[in-house]
Design a protein around this ligand. Structure first.
Ligand code: AN0
Ligand code: CP
Length: 318
C-alpha cells in the first residue's frame, strides 16, 4: 500500500481484519519492520486519540516518530497559490510539504474541513498536496472528508462484539453546539457498507451526507424507526453537507440526543462514538456509561488500526 485515505486503499478487507486481530494478540510482532524508518505526524487540528494511538502504532513497529503541531511553533502557512504573501503567513505549504518529506519516510496528516469552500474540502486539497509534493507515502489522520483510521477501528470493534453475522448498524445524527466536519460519518458509512452490514443512517432533513459516501445505506428520517432492532448504534454530529448550507448548523434539537428512549427499541444495541463526545448533547451520561457502551474499546482499537495501516505502508516501501 502506498497511501491510505479511504477503505478502498486497504485491499482485501478480510485479510486486513485478520492482520488486525493478529496484531492485537501481539502488537510488537513486526517491531523490526520500522527500524530506522521515521514517521512524521503533522497536525493542523487538535487530537487526543489519533496523536497517541498513531504514535504508539509507530513505536509498535519500531519506527522513530516525530510530531509536528503546525499551529504551535511552526511558521504560519499559506495554502493558496498566487497569494501575495504580505500578511501574517511566513511560509507556503508548497515549500513546507517537500521539506517535511526530507526528514521522514511516512507522513500522517490531520487536516479538517475548513468550511471555506465545499469544493476545496471535498477535493481534499490539503491531503492531496501532501500526496503530490512530499515524495512520501501519506495517510489520513482525519482529512476534510474522511477519517478512515477511525472507521477501521470501529469496524474491528464491531467484529469483536457482534453476535449475528450481518448486524444492523445505525448511524444517528445528534446535536452539537458547533459545526463539525462530515469526515467521521462519511468514512463510517462507506466502511460499514463495504463490510457488508445492514446500514441505516438517521438524521433531520437537510443533513444528507454526500451520496458518494452513503451509497448502499438506507436513509431513515424517523430516528425511533431507524433504531428498531439495531445491534450497534453509532452517534455522531455533523454539519450540513449540501452546497447551499455547507458547514452550517441547521438544528440543535435535543430530541435527537441518544438516550434510553431510543436505545429501548434496539436489539440491546451497543453504543458507539469516535470521541471526543459532548455528554447530554450527543448522548446521555447513562447511555455512555452503561454496560453496552463501546467507546473505550473503540478508542483502544485505534492503536490496532494504525498499526495495520503503517505495517502495510512500510511493506510497500521495500
Ligand atoms: C472532530 C470531528 O467531528 O470531526 C474529530 C472527531 C474525531 N470532532 C471535533 O472537532 C469535536
Ligand atoms: N477519534 C479521534 O480521532 O479522536 P481525536 O480527535 O482525539 O484524535
Amino acid at each position: 500500500m502506498r497511501h491510505f485515505t479511504s477503505v478502498f486503499d486497504l485491499g482485501d478487507l478480510h485479510e486486513a481484519l485478520q492482520e488486525a486481530l493478529e496484531i492485537k494478540r501481539d502488537r510488537y510482532k513486526y517491531v523490526e519492520l520500522g527500524r530506522n524508518k521515521t514517521l512524521l505526524m503533522v497536525f493542523f487540528n487538535s487530537s487526543l486519540r489519533t496523536r497517541l494511538s498513531t504514535q504508539k502504532a509507530g513505536l509498535n513497529l519500531g519506527m522513530n516518530v516525530i510530531v509536528l503541531d503546525v499551529n504551535q511553533g511552526a511558521w504560519k502557512l499559506e495554502t493558496e497559490r498566487g497569494v501575495i504573501m504580505d500578511g501574517d503567513k511566513s511560509e507556503h505549504l508548497l515549500e513546507a510539504i517537500p521539506v517535511m518529506g526530507c526528514y521522514c519516510d511516512v507522513i500522517g496528516v490531520r487536516s479538517f474541513a475548513r468550511f471555506e469552500s465545499r469544493e476545496d474540502d471535498y477535493q481534499e486539497k490539503i491531503l492531496n498536496q501532501f500526496i503530490q509534493y512530499s515524495g512520501r507515502p501519506v495517510f489520513s489522520m482525519e482529512a476534510a472528508t474522511g477519517h478512515p483510521l477511525q472507521s477501521f477501528a470501529d469496524w474491528i470493534t464491531i467484529e469483536e462484539y457482534k453476535t449475528v453475522e450481518r448486524p444492523k448498524v445505525v448511524m444517528s445524527w445528534a446535536p452539537h453546539p458547533k459545526a463539525l466536519p462530515q469526515a467521521v460519518p462519511n468514512s463510517f458509512a462507506q466502511w460499514m457498507v463495504a463490510a457488508g452490514y445492514e446500514v441505516v443512517i438517521t438524521h433531520p432533513r437537510g443533513y444528507e451526507l454526500d451520496p458518494r459516501f452513503t451509497a448502499g445505506a438506507t436513509i431513515e428520517y424517523d430516528q425511533m424507526k431507524a433504531f428498531e432492532g439495531a445491534h450497534f448504534v453509532y452517534g455522531k454530529n455533523w454539519s450540513c453537507a449540501s452546497p447551499e448550507h455547507y458547514g452550517q448548523v441547521l438544528s440543535k434539537d435535543r430530541i435527537w440526543t441518544i438516550c434510553d428512549r431510543q436505545m429501548a427499541v434496539t436489539d440491546n444495541a451497543y453504543f458507539m462514538h469516535c470521541l471526543p463526545v459532548r455528554r447530554n448533547m450527543i448522548v446521555t451520561d447513562d447511555v455512555i456509561e452503561g454496560p453496552r457502551s463501546l467507546v473505550i474499546p473503540e478508542a483502544a482499537n485505534r492503536e490496532i488500526s494504525a498499526t495495520v495501516v503503517l505495517k502495510k505502508i512500510l511493506e510497500g516501501l521495500k
